[in-house]
Design a binder for this molecule. Structure first.
Ligand SMILES: C[S@@+](CC[C@H](N)C(=O)[O-])C[C@H]1O[C@@H](n2cnc3c(N)ncnc32)[C@H](O)[C@@H]1O
Length: 1017
């Protein structure tokens, strides 16, 4: 089959295989989650980790179904982009730098809020040419539900599945109930919630004394965990700092010394101070404590703190109470105006301590609660993220709550269950009421999320941070407890939040029911029929409710290798939900805890004690993803399409995912990077992080055609290259069907290289640019898979080392070509391309390997610190030995992070190297920077002249490249930079001044400086 024939053979090409407005989607994705504006209702309803932006999800769904020639303007309209978000973003960046505000730069609301109007829906239907058929979109790992939610909003039928019951409940509450009960949901929930709150309050009010009512109301209690000093026996309250608010308000510890070390009653009391220098120092840092009693003051080893915690000797002490105070305003007329409430802080009082009363109540309640299974009794299982609470003696899920928090939550469940029982007895439970109970269970989860022993007091914002501020169970030394009965706080707040979410969800998914604007209906429509929604809770590789060849598109956002341990984290909620929602939806909550065994994540903890646990976890992820993909392939129509979202900095994760895809019989036909967390392109930070998600578009590889048959399914520019590869492979004289890596590599390189510029123009920069080039490289590689090597590869050093060899579970096959080979090529091409972008002619003169490493590391990571693994890959691409030529010369390795040094660090460490640049021009450059900073520009100039490099074109090429990548200092931008970055910025300033003084002829002004100037103009 010729290339042309093959092209014609392609049945239908979809929009996403040709085009996606990646720059606009990047801006809108970021805009969706701008901190100063409310997040979309699905994000606020309940925690779920690693949610995808709604606008990107809708674009993925629509573009996966619409034909390639669909009208692009209409597409943008349908996804809510009604202006030029990229220009708006530039205007905002510019305003930020110049301090001149721009009014409403976007000119339209955030895209996700827009619901398709009748014109959009008619256009979609006519473009699809499917008549009235409702197309189906499967998301087998749907999590918090961005994809199915947007599928339903676009008028297609979502099939949403997740292994995790907590996610499945969230899916019901986000996608299904608002769509099915749009008018009944809010009133039903509110009625239920008011009753729940009232009864709970009656049972709990005795435990929250408010002695200063009505003019002062306690809102938050701040507690420090305590241990006993092993040297002086004083009770030590542990907190990394004692700040309460910005501007100096904080706590001073007043230690009671008694008769000296060893005496009884050595405790601290607390006072509130208003100046930062009056606050006490923190009593814990990096896991070790410091005794605050001045006659002791010893350091308490971290192991001792853990030991006390594990034997149950860690306690807690109230150190401050946050309150609000009424301020009465008297108007000029003499009448009383509207009261104002201001926040204040007070020290604890003796009457605040009602722990004996709480203990007595719990002692009375617990036997009953345990008998009726009202409160969790499950132990925290061993896991990847659960070691931290266990290390500090918290072995059971209930240990994550203080006694009073536990009493509150237990009482909430007790009342929930009594109401449900009463409804059942009275026969007043129907589908709407069941759903309302579901929302009530999620409301209690909101309280759990914010009222536990891991909720931090954020002194900058004056708010409590939830336990899942991070994606783990990090131990928190001092925590905040809610006063949950205060009007507008606690129960009130949680209930209002859920009610508001329900209201907004209905508006988004059923705008017809929420007072639709007139243009929502076509003249022929009298009412809107929402699409059918199917939600399941199964392993994604066992979707036995879905028939073969029945799904139009799969759009999925699978777990990203080892990024989030969903099951481990969600147990925090599961153990409570099974006692609330589990009595309404028992089919979801039958298991003891959430399913870790079937979860598709690379979780080393599951292989604890086995040789090569890390490699085994990676292999397990790959196999599970392959079998989920195989299931997707089974249910997908032959002409169907699968779009998946993925990102990870580690090549191993990409390798596992792509192998999984190809093993399941998919070929990648297109790829798009979406910058989901973009900052201004000149943004710099301390540690490198990836910000983009890559959309990989896949098609089933026709099974009959055998290897290399992906050519039949594929579309686009690679077709000719494919024919070339196949022809060439025949020349090896072996099995003519075998495709050889040696033939494929140049095509992969070409594919990666051809798109880098396009991605950069779309605002993808730094490390994300390298990730973005993975897509086209994998596309090309997957078209030819399986690929073999004609000549064997030498075994990598790490495979040869005995101890490490055991870590590699796979048999070493010197003829195997893997996706990782394609990724190496992509990285190499990215590196070449970026180097060429740096001052043209001189860079072509060539940089030596250490200098090229330095330049490309700053260019890619835009930070002095980045992962050692990434550094290794960059070193490989540049051709430098990382451990020998970089570490301890130009950089330091700490754990799994590499820290690049600036000239001052290198001088202090005595690692500046030969001044003549014989080991690398970066040495000569750093010598000059150091002298310019510490002595004078003239001294630097003389040193360069003495060493003879100031006549070397390679020196100038290197200096120009370095000036193009180092962070621009405050002197040129007016923007403060800190720490190691500031020091690198000082190098920039010194070198630029030197270049201006001495080498005007040889060195151009850095382009990046021009960018800043243009921006500020
Ligand atoms: C990245 S999240 C999906 C997030 C979602 N797109 C959103 O925006 O909220 C991946 C999901 O895969 C689920 N998952 C993991 N292993 C699974 C399996 N074997 N079958 C089905 N779902 C699985 C996890 O529970 C998690 O919710």
């Amino acid at each position: 089959m010729s290339a042309d024939q093959r092209e014609n053979h392609v049945p239908d090409v979809r929009l996403i295989e040709r085009w996606l407005p990646i720059a606009a989607l990047g801006v809108e994705s970021v805009r969706e989650r701008t901190p100063m504006t409310p997040f979309p209702a699905p994000n606020r309803l309940h925690v779920w980790w690693a949610r995808r932006p709604l606008v990107a999800s809708r674009a993925a769904v629509l573009a996966s179904l619409l034909p390639a020639d669909a009208d692009r303007e209409k597409f943008l309209h349908a996804i809510g982009i009604h202006g030029d978000p990229v220009a708006a973003r530039h205007a905002i960046d510019h305003a930020r730098r110049t301090g001149v505000r721009v009014k409403n730069p976007y000119g339209y609301d955030r895209a996700f809020g827009y619901s398709l109007n009748s014109g959009d829906r008619e256009w979609v239907q006519s473009s699809l040419q499917k008549g009235t058929e409702c197309l189906t979109v499967l998301d087998p790992t749907a999590g918090g539900g961005s994809v199915p939610f947007e599928t339903a909003r676009a008028g297609f039928a979502p099939l949403a599945n997740d292994l995790n019951p907590v996610a499945a409940l969230i899916l019901e509450a986000t996608v299904d109930w608002p769509s099915v009960f749009p008018n009944d949901m809010d009133p039903e929930f509110n009625q239920l919630a008011i009753e729940w709150r009232k009864t709970t309050e009656e049972r709990l009010c005795a435990f929250f004394l408010q002695n200063d009512l009505p003019d002062r109301i306690d809102l938050t209690y701040l507690w420090a965990r305590t241990i006993t000093c092993p040297y002086c026996e004083g009770l030590v309250p542990l907190s990394p700092n004692w700040r309460l608010a910005p501007g100096g308000t904080g706590v001073r510890l007043k230690p009671e010394l008694g008769t000296g070390p060893g005496s009884e009653n050595r405790v601290c009391s607390f006072e509130i101070v208003e100046a930062a220098n009056e606050q006490s120092d923190g009593t814990v840092a990096r896991g070790a404590g410091t005794c605050p009693y001045p006659d002791c003051g010893r350091v308490i080893d971290g192991d001792e703190i853990k030991r006390q915690a594990q034997v149950g000797r860690m306690g807690e002490q109230l150190y401050a109470v946050v309150f609000k105070k009424r301020v009465i305003k008297i108007l000029k007329s003499g009448k009383r105006g509207k009261d104002r409430w201001v926040r204040g802080y007070r020290a604890p009082r003796p009457e605040d301590d009602n722990s004996a009363k709480i203990a007595a109540k719990l002692a009375e309640k617990l036997p009953e609660w345990e008998a009726f299974d009202i409160v969790p009794s499950e132990k925290i299982p061993d896991g990847n993220k659960t070691t931290e609470p266990q290390r500090y003696g918290m072995n059971s899920w209930r240990d994550l709550f203080s006694p009073r928090q536990f009493l509150c939550h237990g009482t909430s469940v007790e009342v929930f269950r009594e109401m449900l029982d009463a409804d059942r007895t009275n026969g007043t439970i129907d589908e709407v009421r069941r759903a309302a109970y579901g929302y009530l269970a999620l409301t209690l989860d909101t309280l759990l999320n914010y009222n536990n022993r891991a909720g931090r007091w954020d002194s900058t914002t004056g708010r409590v941070r939830s336990i899942f501020d991070r994606h783990d169970f990090a131990f928190v030394w001092s925590y905040a407890e809610m006063a949950p009965l205060v009007t507008g706080v606690g129960y009130d707040w949680a209930i209002q939040k859920t009610a508001k979410c329900i209201d907004e969800l209905v508006t988004l998914v059923r705008p017809d029911a929420a007072g639709a604007p007139a243009d929502l209906f076509t003249p022929s429509e009298t009412s809107y029929t929402p699409p059918p929604i199917a939600i399941t809770c199964k392993p994604g590789d066992s979707l036995d409710h879905i028939e073969d060849d029945s799904i139009d598109a799969v759009v999925m956002d699978p777990p990203y290798y080892d990024n989030v341990m969903y099951a481990e984290l969600s147990d925090f909620f599961y153990v409570w939900l099974k006692r609330t929602a589990g009595h309404v939806f028992p089919e979801l909550f039958r298991s003891h805890l959430t399913d870790k065994d079937n979860e598709a994540v690379a979780n080393q903890a599951r292989f604890k004690g086995q040789k090569g646990a890390k490699a085994l976890a990676g292999r397990d992820y790959q196999e599970r993803m392959a079998s989920i993909f195989a299931e997707c392939r089974r249910v997908l129509k032959p002409e169907g399409i699968m779009t998946l979202m993925f990102t990870h900095k580690a090549t191993g994760a990409w390798d596992a995912l792509t192998k999984g895809l190809m093993e399941a019989g998919f070929v990648i036909t297109a790829s798009w990077p979406i910058n989901t967390e973009a900052e201004g392109s000149l943004h710099i930070k301390k540690k490198a992080a990836a910000k983009s998600t890559i959309f990989l578009v896949c098609r089933p590889r026709p099974s009959a055609a055998g290897s290399g048959a992906g050519a039949d399914a594929r579309v686009g520019a690679g077709a000719g290259a494919d024919a070339m590869v196949q022809d060439a492979s025949a020349s090896y004289g072996e099995d003519p069907a075998t495709i050889y890596w040696e033939d494929v590599e140049p095509v992969v390189a070409q594919a990666a290289r051809s798109r880098v510029g396009e991605f950069q123009d779309a605002g993808i920069t730094g490390v994300d640019l390298y990730l973005a080039s993975f897509g086209p490289a994998l596309e090309e590689f997957s078209r030819h898979w399986p690929v073999r090597r004609g000549t064997p590869r030498e075994r990598p050093v790490e495979h040869r080392r005995r101890r490490q060899k055991e870590l590699f579970a796979d048999e070493w096959d010197p003829y195997a070509a893997t996706p990782e080979d394609a990724l190496d090529v992509a990285r190499r091409e990215g590196k070449r391309w970026r180097l060429e972008q740096l001052p043209d002619l001189k860079a072509n003169a060539g940089l030596d390997a250490p200098t090229a490493f330095f330049v490309l590391a700053w260019d890619a990571f835009r930070a002095p610190a980045f992962s050692y693994d990434e550094a290794l890959r960059l070193a490989r691409a540049v051709g430098v030995d990382l451990d020998r030529e970089i570490v301890n010369r130009l950089a330091q390795k700490k754990g799994q992070t590499l820290y690049l040094w600036d000239s001052a660090h290198r001088a202090a460490k005595g690692t500046l190297g030969p001044t003549d640049g014989s080991r690398g021009m970066i040495d000569a450059i750093h010598h000059a920077a150091h002298l310019a900073r510490s002595r004078s520009l003239q001294a630097a100039r003389e040193r360069l002249a003495d060493s003879g490099v100031d006549g070397d074109p390679q020196f100038f090429a290197s200096l120009e490249a370095v000036l193009e990548v180092l962070p621009v200092s405050k002197a040129f931008t007016g923007i403060e930079i800190e720490g190691d970055i500031e020091s690198a910025g000082d190098d920039f300033e010194a070198l630029l001044n030197l270049a201006r003084l001495a080498y005007r002829e040889q060195i151009d002004e850095p382009k990046q400086l021009k960018l800043w100037r243009d921006d500020a103009a």
